[in-house]
Structures are given as C-alpha cells and as structure tokens.
Design a protein around this ligand. Structure first.
Ligand code: FE
Length: 219
C-alpha cells in the first residue's frame, strides 16, 4: 500500500512540474527591432571585441603577479597589493568595453567570441623589478592594441568599410589611452626608483620599496 501511495505521489509531482514548466514558457512573439540605429561596422567591431580578451589576459597576468608576491617564500605585500589592484582595473576595462558594445548594439552574437580562456603571460618572477618591467611591456602592448583599434575605426574605406567611427575613437583615445599613458609613466618611474634602490642596497632596497608600496606612497 505504501509503495502504491509513493508511486501516485511521484506521478503527481512529475505531472505538476511539467504543467508549471509549460505555463512558464514564454509565448510572446519575438519582437522585430529595427537595426538601422546600429552603426558599428566590421572590422572595427571585431577589433573592439578582441580587446576584451586583451584586457582579460592583462587582468590574469596581474592576478598571477599578485598571487606570486603574496607567497610566504616571496612575501612582498606591497607588490602584491598594487598588482591585485591592477588585476581589478583590467577586469573593469573589459566590462567597460562590453558596456560600450552593448550601447552601440555591437554585442548580439555568441559571447564566446569575447572570452577564450584567458591565461596569464607568466606565473613567476625573479624579483619586483622584473615584474614591474613585464608590467610596463604588457601596458605598452595594450596601448598598441588600442591605437590599432582607433586606426581601423577612424579610416573610412579601409578594409572595405566606409564609416568613420568618431565616437568610438574619441572614447578610446580620451578614456583608455590617457589611462594607458599615465599608467606607463607610473611604471617607468617605479622601475627607475626601484632600480636605483637595488643598485645601492640590493634586496634591502626591494624590501623598503615594498613597504612604501604597501603604505600607498607615490614612487
Ligand atoms: Fe587595460
């Protein structure tokens, strides 16, 4: 008797679940939205989408730096702090680009085009100086990529397109390139100061530099 009761209850649950699912299915017809407001064109759109991956690779690389300098065997909390902060900033850049693509109607396809298993460029560094130098190289690479997008998007007729995307180029040069140039100058200054401190004081120079990073001092 108990088995029969259980069987009936089980059937009731399955049927109820099926009915709920059937009711929840969206029956609204797909709305046809005019697309003449979408003005981004290839290869400009493709270039901007590929920049999301560049930003994520930069984020993962800074994340790896943060983790490396956090290890008890390395123990440079100041370096770890600035690299984790940079990792967050790069992730924000990726989100910002996705936001721009959404605003311009340029993100209607599969997002796998944007994100392809981003990996850090390295996982270990000899010292703080070599990590800062790698960071500067990485930023210079990202800067070239952004300039490349601006170049493709501003030239009417290039690669078959006939559209100068003034707004995108203005946004990239105003927001992104300014931050790139400021960041590169900051890293170059840090490399200069740390290099001098290590020349005269060796590992002690790096130790003191790390303390200043941890205190948020400008270097
Ligand atoms: Fe960035």
């Amino acid at each position: 008797m108990l088995k029969i009761t259980f069987f009936v209850v089980a059937i009731f649950v399955v049927v109820s679940d099926y009915q709920v699912q059937a009711k929840m299915q969206c029956k609204l017809p797909k709305v046809q939205i005019p697309d003449d407001w979408i003005s981004m064109v290839d290869p400009c759109t493709k270039k901007l989408k590929s920049q999301v991956q560049e930003e994520l690779i930069a984020s993962m690389t800074y994340f790896a730096m943060g983790a490396h300098f956090s290890k008890d065997t390395v123990n440079r909390p100041g370096f770890a702090k600035i690299f984790f902060e940079s990792a967050s900033e790069e992730r924000e850049h990726a989100i910002k680009i996705i936001g721009y693509l959404l605003m311009r109607g340029g993100l209607t396809q599969d997002i796998s085009q944007l994100i392809r298993d981003p990996q850090p460029l390295a996982e270990t560094w000899a010292d703080g100086l070599s990590a800062l130098k790698d960071a500067l190289k990485l930023e210079a690479h990202v800067t070239r990529k952004i300039r490349d997008i601006a170049s493709v998007c501003e030239e009417p007729g290039r690669e078959g397109q006939d559209f100068n995307d003034y707004h995108l180029v203005d946004w990239l040069t105003g927001d992104f390139l300014t931050e790139q140039y400021e960041g590169q100058r900051d890293l170059a200054g840090k490399i200069s100061n740390l290099g001098k401190m290590m020349d005269s004081h060796g590992a002690l120079g790096e130790f003191l530099f790390d303390k200043k990073l941890l205190n948020g001092e400008s270097l």
